[in-house]
Design a protein around this ligand. Structure first.
Ligand code: ARG
Length: 594
């Protein structure tokens, strides 16, 4: 069934058609002045502008014809000719029943499904996942679920960072640790390697490369050798990658984030030679200080750059994309460009979404323009879905007290500790078997982290505050879980009492308000999808839980008898189903009880 805004738009179109007015002006939308009406249209104004008639006159003629629709009472006219609509109780009841009977909780599907690849998560080999990868994982996972739910064929890919200079740095560090690449100690060293070792080795090697030019040069050469397939570089690389992947898979599982493809930069390697030949043939590669680059700036696209001596020069922007470094190796942009070729061949996506930190915007602009120019994928099919940072109280990207990055595993552990304390303080789950209590605490922890992230518009940075995230009050994940569990227990009690749901009647203002929120779901999903903005869905879940609370306070359910009880049970069931669907799309699981 269409949502109320679309039902009203259809009825309004029929009214306009009968009056000989262009139905292009008939859209009815949710009102931003709920005091005047639930829905509104400014079509009379637009139609008047187009035809030179008086808006008020059109509005009055339309209002006079409206009465027979059954969906809304005749609209009131405000100001110069705005129409304000109040939906009939029957139309609300019919809509609520349709949502309650719908396995998709009132959500429609896209008309033309597409194949969509979502690139998210993006952890790097040899670096444990940290709070910075959290947003890429959470937002990407939610977008994947949302697009899939709307009917697209969606492929999620982790795109591990496993092919750049960091690999060369680590190979050289391993070589130094065992006394050379041909040392007998190499095999046993690799066999005993842990992620903790790598996490100590990598920052040390990266720091040394900053001041030690000879070391940096060796790392570059090792990177080129790895990429050329040289041994033992490949063997070392594989060992580093395996150790990292195992831990990352564990971290993703704890977070409840999954991928269809667990590919990385290295998987683009088979496409690179061919890609470079193609770019050469198209005349797109140019020399730049020994490197081969693709220029992507349009004529006149420049920005001022300050030189160390204080003078400024004009440079083209975006910068050219480096495809082959001066050592002959592949860069971050090289593997990203080749990955587009790979994805185009293997998956034929209509849309490529890259859920990556906003600070990489220029990188993606370079890659997307280069891909468009080379004809690997249309520029419009490639989108960078940027996001802001998770900050500390100081407003800077979050660091631990020791100044390091907070590992994902530790972050989840801290959230679980906070969740346990919150549950105990609220005397929730006190009688549960320990295993169930732990499971609830884990779900509360994950809901806290994910909801706190997703409720912000993605480009907004937010402050990491576990205390607030885990609160059972306010706009928080635990609040939503608690409300959902409360409805579950209400419905379980109803079943025990053999109280059956039945036809809906909308009488109380709180019932009316609740059905209007249920009805908004489909439009919200469409907007969240169009804008790649899961926060709209998070806001909807919160509005629904809050409106349910108000309804439950004002409209007794099990204390009622007969038709009123049956109607309210149907409403409660519809709310639970829609809340579960919404939270599911945010990647949030609800415990059975709490
Ligand atoms: N590994 C990268 C990082 O940690 C993110 C990868 C994002 N995806 C991509 N196709 N470049 O910054």
């Amino acid at each position: 069934m269409k949502d109320l805004a679309r039902q009203l738009s259809d009825a309004h179109a029929a009214v306009f058609a009968a009056l000989g007015i262009d139905t292009a002006y008939s859209a009815v939308t949710r009102s931003n002045r709920p005091d005047l009406g639930e829905f509104q249209s400014n079509g009379a104004l637009a139609a008047a502008r187009a035809t030179g008639r008086q808006p008020r006159e059109i509005a009055e003629a339309a209002a006079a014809r409206w009465s027979a629709t059954g969906i809304a009472a005749p609209p009131t006219i405000a100001g110069p000719g705005f129409l304000n609509f109040t939906v009939t109780a029957d139309a609300l009841a019919a809509r609520a029943e349709a949502i309650a009977a719908d396995a998709r909780a009132g959500a429609t599907l896209v008309e033309t499904p597409r194949t969509v690849i979502v690139d998210y998560g993006g952890p790097n080999v040899a670096k444990g996942m940290h709070v910075g990868h959290l947003r890429a994982s959470i937002i990407g996972d939610s977008l994947k679920r949302l697009f899939r739910f709307r009917g697209d064929d969606v492929i999620g890919d982790a795109h591990f960072g496993d092919w750049g200079l960091q690999m060369g740095l680590l190979i050289v560090a391993v070589a130094d640790a065992v006394g050379g690449l041909d040392a007998a100690g190499l095999e046993p060293f690799l066999a005993a390697l842990t992620l903790a070792d790598l996490e100590a080795m990598y920052p040390a090697a990266a720091a040394r490369a900053k001041d030690d030019a000879a070391f940096r040069q060796r790392a570059r050469e090792a990177t080129a050798a790895l990429q050329a397939g040289t041994e033992p570089h490949r063997k070392i690389w594989r060992a580093l990658r395996d150790v990292s992947l195992a831990t990352q898979k564990r971290d993703f599982a704890a977070l409840g984030v999954d991928f269809d493809l667990w590919l990385g930069e290295s998987d683009a390697e088979p496409y690179i030679r061919e890609m470079i030949a193609d770019l050469e043939q198209q005349g797109l590669l140019e020399d730049s200080e020994g490197a081969r680059v693709v220029r992507v700036a349009e004529p006149g696209e420049t920005r001022r750059k300050k030189l160390p001596d204080g003078s400024t020069i004009e440079i083209e922007t975006p910068n050219p994309l480096i495809v082959v470094s001066s050592e002959g190796s592949s860069m971050y942009g090289t593997t990203d460009l080749a990955t587009i070729l790979q994805r185009a061949r293997n998956n034929e996506p209509d849309l490529y979404l890259y859920v990556v930190d906003q600070r990489q915007a220029e990188h993606f602009e370079q890659v997307f323009r280069a891909a468009g120019r080379a004809g690997f994928a249309p520029r419009e099919a490639l989108e960078h879905i940027g996001f802001g940072t998770v900050n500390g109280a100081d407003g800077k990207p979050f660091k631990t007290r020791a100044g390091g990055v907070l590992k994902l595993q530790d972050l989840i552990g801290q959230a679980e500790d906070a969740a346990r304390a919150r549950l105990r303080a609220a005397e929730l789950g006190a009688s549960f078997p320990p295993q169930e209590f732990e499971d609830v605490a884990h779900k509360v922890a994950i809901a806290s982290i994910k909801f706190a992230d997703l409720v912000n518009y993605r480009s907004t940075s937010y402050v990491f505050d576990l205390d607030r995230f885990t609160s059972f009050e306010g706009r928080s994940g635990p609040y939503l879980l608690y409300q959902a569990v409360r409805i579950k227990s209400l419905l379980a009690k109803a079943r025990e009492q053999h109280a059956e749901p039945g036809p809906v009647s909308v009488e109380h203002a709180a019932e009316r308000a609740l059905v209007l929120v249920l009805d908004a779901f489909d439009g919200t999903l469409a907007r969240a999808y169009d804008k790649r903005a899961p926060h709209l869905l998070a806001e909807h879940a919160y509005a629904l839980a809050q409106q349910f609370s108000a309804f439950y306070e004002n409209c007794p359910v099990l204390a009622e008898r007969g038709a009123a009880r049956a109607s309210r049970l149907t409403l409660a069931g519809a709310v639970l189903a829609q809340l579960e669907t919404s939270l599911g799309l945010l990647g949030i699981e609800i415990p059975e009880r709490m």
